[in-house]
Write a protein that binds this ligand. Structure first.
Ligand SMILES: Cc1cc2nc3c(=O)[nH]c(=O)nc-3n(C[C@H](O)[C@H](O)[C@H](O)COP(=O)(O)O)c2cc1C
Length: 163
């Protein structure tokens, strides 16, 4: 890695931002992972970008689905963050280890988390080792405001798939 690349990696390691759990389903299979590369990207119309690593099982399912469910992770949900960020669905059934129900277009909604939205996939954008899914909200559950579980708090979690 050149020094510009390593300087950039050092700079972004100092940033902090909210983490989300993204879930999806296709043909009876379910997937979900913890993500940090995500943001609202437009107000009118409302748009959100969720980026998935091409190595993740969640990405492989999301390639063939038209709906993702995005759950902001609240600060007390460390166990869910560890399950969805530290394990891969290639090896364990994450949905056997948490409470969920079928949500919009069959995508799993994590019932422990009160805030989530379902997003219709409008576009997929290749950024390199991550693909951005441009989402239009199609269903929303917005309850209490919560403190987020942030990237800097989740940094100790060893990703289930290498980034
Ligand atoms: C703090 C943190 C942030 C992460 N951010 C992303 C991300 O933005 N996009 C992504 O695809 N994976 C991200 N991951 C990695 C996945 O959550 C992890 O590799 C997961 O085990 C993949 O599960 P899957 O193979 O079942 O999809 C992150 C992990 C951690 C610990």
């Amino acid at each position: 890695m050149g020094s510009l690349d390593s300087d950039f990696a050092r700079l972004v390691s100092h940033l902090d931002y909210s983490l989300f759990i993204v879930t999806t389903a296709n043909r009876g299979e379910r997937a979900g992972c913890l993500i940090g590369f995500a943001s609202q990207v437009s107000i009118h119309p409302p748009r959100f970008l969720a980026c998935l690593s091409v190595k993740n099982r969640t990405y492989r399912l999301a390639e063939h689905t038209d709906t993702l469910v995005v759950h902001p992770v609240p600060e007390e949900a460390e166990e869910l963050a560890l399950l969805f960020g530290g394990e891969t669905g290639d090896e364990v059934d994450k949905f056997a280890r948490c409470q969920w129900r079928q949500g919009p277009h069959g995508a799993p909604v994590l019932t422990e988390l009160e805030n989530w939205f379902a997003g219709r996939v409008l576009d997929r954008i290749d950024f390199g080792d991550h693909v951005g899914f441009l989402l239009e909200p199609s269903a929303v559950s917005a309850k209490e405001s919560q403190e987020p579980f942030t990237f800097r708090r989740g940094r100790w979690i060893d990703p289930g798939h290498e980034p």
